[in-house]
Ligand binder design. Structure first.
Ligand code: NDP
Ligand code: GDR
Length: 361
């Protein structure tokens, strides 16, 4: 039985990947951070009682900023594959926490690669690094592929650029089977609530059922190449099953603006929105003239990545990559899940539990 170790197992991709690897018969180990509240909601459905005699999912406390915890866990698990998905993954937050972001996102992967070396696992343990389309930042070529020059535009992207190159360097210097998956944005019902897609599907669903009146967004013109996380984690695994370690772009090859995402979502929810104004005064109003979507400059970034569009030709050729989920299906999947949650919350509120889950993102 192969053993995989996933950092960031409590995040969106970690949850889908853990489920995927368990179905493939792996023994899956995950690193979770200590938190004062339960933080395993995304993996509760596959959680196993640690008292089980031979559990398939085993969680360990650790942190990417703490070398000693990483070395102990890698030593104990002796993994065949490490998937480094853990990160401070929010681009805007990285402007407020640049140093922490560098610790977790740049030095975290270095610490894991060093753990492999210190423990003499260079020939045993394969390593996947969650690289990102944010590396392209101020784009130098359209669409972006593996050879497109990088121009990072945030502390997050700069940290991820260090991680990209340290992964390449340890592959070349020490022969570690290390791959960068340069993944473009991928979303799902498990997406964190403060990323724009989930903020939109959750916010408009709550507006639909009367739990919220307005949704505030930042740059509506920003364009992204959005795919489904469930499809993308399969490629993370496939990269480590190849004969030689390489880096791959995973993307759909199609892009949409944030405004278009709002429009698709509103249509699915039968919210009849019309757009008025421009720039910071742009808004979407409903049939009664109520402002439903407005721009709030607090969500503008000091340096923005305006447009990203991936060219996944290499992954198509060498990994057989074909995105299974279309943009429309992705939005529908997220809306269905958030509408159900909003309807449940509305019911709970109707029965008098007003304080329950009222936070807007
Ligand atoms: P999430 O933000 O959903 O998950 C991040 C995970 O990292 C969580 O489990 C989080 O733990 C954990 N984490 C954060 N800081 C630390 C730390 N210091 N030590 C250990 N674990 C930590 O991200 P996604 O699942 O969306 O993304 C997975 C990876 O892929 C990330 O590295 C991200 O940067 C990268 N990426 C994501 C893309 C996307 O579109 N989703 C595209 C390209 C790259 P907790 O649950 O406790 O917060
Ligand atoms: P991104 O995702 O920065 O691409 O990083 P996010 O969803 O945060 O932003 C996408 C674009 O939408 C614009 N935007 C807003 N963004 C947020 N979060 N909130 C808003 O209200 C809002 N309004 C407009 C942003 O300015 C941006 O242009 C994600 C993360 O998962 C990274 O970890 C990953 O590496 C990249 O995708 C690929």
């Amino acid at each position: 039985m192969k053993k995989a170790l996933i950092t960031g197992v409590t995040g969106q991709d970690g949850a889908y990947l853990a489920e995927f690897l368990l179905a493939k018969g792996y023994e899956v180990h995950g690193i979770k951070r200590r938190s004062s509240l339960f933080n395993t909601a995304r993996i509760d459905h596959i959680y196993e009682d640690p008292h089980n005699p031979s559990p398939h999912l085993i969680l360990h406390y650790g942190d990417l900023t703490d070398s000693s915890s990483l070395i102990h866990i890698v030593q104990k698990v002796q993994p065949d594959e490490i998937y480094n998905l853990g990160a401070q993954s929010h681009v805007q937050v990285s402007f407020e926490q640049p140093e922490y972001t560098a610790e977790a996102d740049a030095l975290g992967p270095l610490r894991l690669l060093e753990a492999i070396r210190i423990l003499g696992l260079e020939k045993k343990t394969k390593f996947y690094q969650a690289s990102t389309s944010e590396l392209y930042g101020l784009v130098q070529e359209i669409p972006q592929k593996e050879t497109t020059p990088f121009y990072p535009r945030s502390p997050y992207a700069v940290a991820k650029m260090y991680a990209y190159w340290i992964c390449v360097n340890y592959r070349e210097a020490y022969g570690i089977f290390a791959c960068n998956g340069i993944l473009f944005n991928h979303e799902s019902p498990l997406r964190g609530e403060t990323f724009v897609t989930r903020k939109i599907t959750r916010g408009l669903s709550r507006i639909k059922v009367g739990l919220q009146s307005q949704l505030f967004l930042g740059n509506l013109d920003s364009k992204r190449d959005w795919g489904h996380a469930r499809d993308y984690v399969e490629m993370q695994w496939l990269m480590l099953q190849q004969e030689k370690p390489q880096d791959f772009v995973i993307a759909t090859g199609q892009q949409y603006s944030v405004r278009e995402f709002v429009q698709r979502c509103a249509k699915l929810l039968d919210l009849d929105l019309s757009w008025q104004g421009s720039g910071v005064d742009e808004k979407a109003v409903d049939a009664n003239g109520n402002v439903v979507v407005a721009v709030d400059p607090r969500y503008f970034r000091p340096t923005e990545v305006e447009t990203l569009l991936g060219d996944p030709a290499k992954a198509q050729r060498e990994l057989g990559w074909v995105p299974r989920t279309s943009f429309d299906q992705l939005v529908a999947d997220m809306v269905e899940s958030d509408l159900k949650a909003a309807q449940r919350d509305a019911l709970v509120r109707k029965h008098g539990f007003d304080a329950y889950n009222v936070r807007e993102t």
